[in-house]
Every structure is written in structure tokens, then in C-alpha cells.
Design a protein around this ligand. Structure first.
Ligand code: LMR
Length: 332
């Protein structure tokens, strides 16, 4: 039988041993919130980032994903990031109006002819500098993620020329450039959160909207629209952003691992974007619900001519040099 002093000695030894084992550190929780479905380039990019970050930093980070506006929708996500309620978000470049006018460059209609030109601009010095355009407001850009070119859709049979949208109501993202773009074609723009668009289209609160093939497919907009015109009139891309103070306060090894994970996830997501763009256009065409309206060169020229004057209005806020750098695209 063990004596009381033996038991006490055993506890004391165990206590000593335990004291010499460092307490297990809790992983850093990183909440990544976004507004689209998982079955989209951004949704897949976020999943890839989680996978890579947790593999590179085992036990040190716990990346929690909140797709489809589950945690925060358009109206609240930027505020939540600044308050520290979420650590990563990836709003579309159209949603930074309140924070910097420079990023409005991405919304200028018909500025980028294709996603390759956009890539060249984003990877060049002017594009990279924009990742730091909001540091004064406490926002740090970690990278650009692609979605694709925007198409126009409406609940009418005819959607070939600007006059076909005259007087129609269009849902837009919270962007003054997009508001001016729709006013230029004689339509009535209405700023609205992404999560509300399907119902607004279904109930006729708005007649149409503009978006990429992957958003039109994953949100089922094609089921409540009659025509989708292949205008490719603008881009819809994202900036993955974080709270600058939180980021700068991370231990250096964590920041390094997260940066690597973000760079790899960016490549992955951008590859997915071009795949999803083709795939979802085909799925929409095959579904046979909304008609895909092909446009002639003359039709496209009419859209361009009506929308392009919008550039002038925003030129001074954006900066002419930035517009020129964007126009240069991939040319040397
Ligand atoms: C939209 O609001 O239409 C898009 O910005 C949604 C998104 O994140 O792709």
C-alpha cells in the first residue's frame, strides 16, 4: 500500500514534469468570409488557401471559411474586417469606392479587352501598387483573384443594343462607375447586395443585372432572366484583403507561410476562373432557360460608344497615368 508521503511525492514529481512541458499554443483562427458559392473561382480559391495554409503551418493556424454571405454580406464585410471580426475577405474590385477612388479604374467599361490584359496590368508596377492603396485606412491587399468578364442579362427578349435597356432597372454592385455606366445607356441602376439579387430578379424588383458566367450560373440568375447578351463590357475581379494591423502583428514565420499559401492559392484560383468561365457559359447554354444573345461587331461598337464617355467623369479621381497603364495591358 502506498503511503501518503509517497503519493504526495509522486504528485510533486508529476507537477515538476508538467511544469517543464510548454503549454500547447492555440492555433491562430483566421476567418475568411466571402459572398459567393463554393462552386466558383473565389469559393475554390478560399478552399485551396485553407488547405495550403494549414499544411504549411500545421497546428499553428485554423482557417475557417464562410462562403455565400453566411457570416457577412456585402454591406458589412469591410467593416467587420476593420473591427477584427474577420481576417480575410475578397470583395470585388467594384466595392472599394468608399476607401479609394483609384481602384475604380477596374470598373471603367471596355477598358480591358480580355483577362490577359487585366493580368498584365495587375502584375505590373501600377497594379501591384494598388494593393497598398488602402493602407491608411487599415486595409492591406494580399493579391488579385480573377472571376471573369461581365455579361448583361435582362428579363426582355431583345438585348442587342443600348436602346434595348432604356428605362429598365438594373442591379449593380456598390460602385459609382457602374452607376454612371448604366445611366449612360439610359437604364436605372440600383445598388444592391449580391445575396439579394436572385430574389430581386425573380420578383421583378429589377429587370436585369451584369455579372460573370460563373456568378450567373452559381446564383441561378439564368433561371430568372430571359436574355444574356455576351457583351464582355467589363471585368469582375477581386482583391483579397486583410486587416493591416492584424497582419503586421503576426509572428514572422506565420506571415511567411500565409503569404506563400496566398500566392499558390492565387495561381490556383486564377486557373479555375478561366475554366469556370467556359464551363458555366456552356452549362447555361445547355440549360436552355435564358437565351444567349450573340452580338455583332456593330452591336458591340454601339455599347462601347455609349458607355465609354463614363471614363472622362472618373478620370481625375482615378488618375490619368493609372488609366494609361491599364490601357497598355500586355504591350511593352
Ligand atoms: C457581385 O456583387 O455581383 C459580385 O461582386 C459578387 C462576387 O463576389 O463575385
Amino acid at each position: 500500500m502506498k503511503t501518503r508521503s509517497f503519493v504526495l511525492a509522486a504528485f510533486a514529481t508529476a507537477g515538476l514534469a508538467m511544469a517543464s512541458v510548454p503549454a500547447l499554443a492555440q492555433p491562430i483562427v483566421i476567418k475568411f468570409s466571402h459572398v459567393v458559392a463554393e462552386n466558383t473561382p473565389k469559393g475554390q480559391g478560399a478552399i485551396k488557401f485553407k488547405e495550403l495554409a494549414e499544411k504549411k503551418l500545421p497546428g499553428k493556424v485554423d482557417v475557417q471559411l464562410f462562403p455565400s454571405s453566411q457570416l457577412f454580406g456585402d454591406a458589412k464585410e469591410l467593416e467587420a474586417l476593420l473591427l477584427g471580426d474577420v481576417q480575410l475577405i475578397a470583395p470585388s474590385l467594384s466595392k472599394f469606392d468608399r476607401y479609394t477612388k483609384k481602384i475604380q479604374v477596374f470598373d471603367l467599361p471596355f477598358l480591358f479587352p480580355n483577362p490577359e490584359a487585366l493580368d498584365c496590368f495587375q502584375d505590373g508596377p501600377a497594379g501591384l501598387a494598388l494593393l497598398d492603396a488602402m493602407t491608411r485606412q487599415g486595409i492591406k491587399g494580399l493579391g488579385y483573384w480573377h472571376n471573369g468578364m461581365k455579361q448583361l442579362s435582362s428579363n426582355k427578349d431583345q438585348l442587342k443594343r443600348p436602346e434595348d435597356v432604356n428605362g429598365l432597372k438594373f442591379r449593380i454592385q456598390a460602385s459609382d462607375v457602374l452607376e454612371a455606366q448604366f445611366r449612360a445607356v439610359g437604364a436605372n441602376p440600383q445598388k444592391m447586395a449580391f445575396s439579394e439579387v436572385y430574389q430581386a430578379l425573380q420578383t421583378g424588383v429589377v429587370d436585369g443585372q451584369e455579372n460573370t458566367w460563373s456568378n450567373i450560373f452559381s446564383q441561378k440568375f439564368f433561371e430568372v432572366q430571359k436574355t444574356i447578351a455576351e457583351t464582355n463590357h467589363g471585368v469582375l475581379d477581386y482583391m483579397v484583403i486583410t486587416n493591416a494591423k492584424w497582419w503586421d502583428g503576426l509572428p514572422a514565420d506565420i506571415r511567411k507561410g500565409l503569404t506563400e499559401a496566398m500566392n499558390e492559392a492565387t495561381k490556383f484560383s486564377n486557373n479555375m476562373a478561366s475554366e469556370f468561365d467556359k464551363r458555366d457559359r456552356k452549362l447555361i447554354a445547355d440549360a436552355g432557360k435564358a437565351k444567349i444573345q450573340a452580338l455583332s461587331a456593330e452591336d458591340l461598337a454601339a455599347w462601347r460608344k455609349t458607355m465609354e464617355p463614363v471614363w472622362k467623369k472618373f478620370e481625375s479621381g482615378i488618375g490619368i497615368d493609372l488609366i494609361k497603364a491599364a490601357q497598355k495591358g500586355c504591350s511593352k
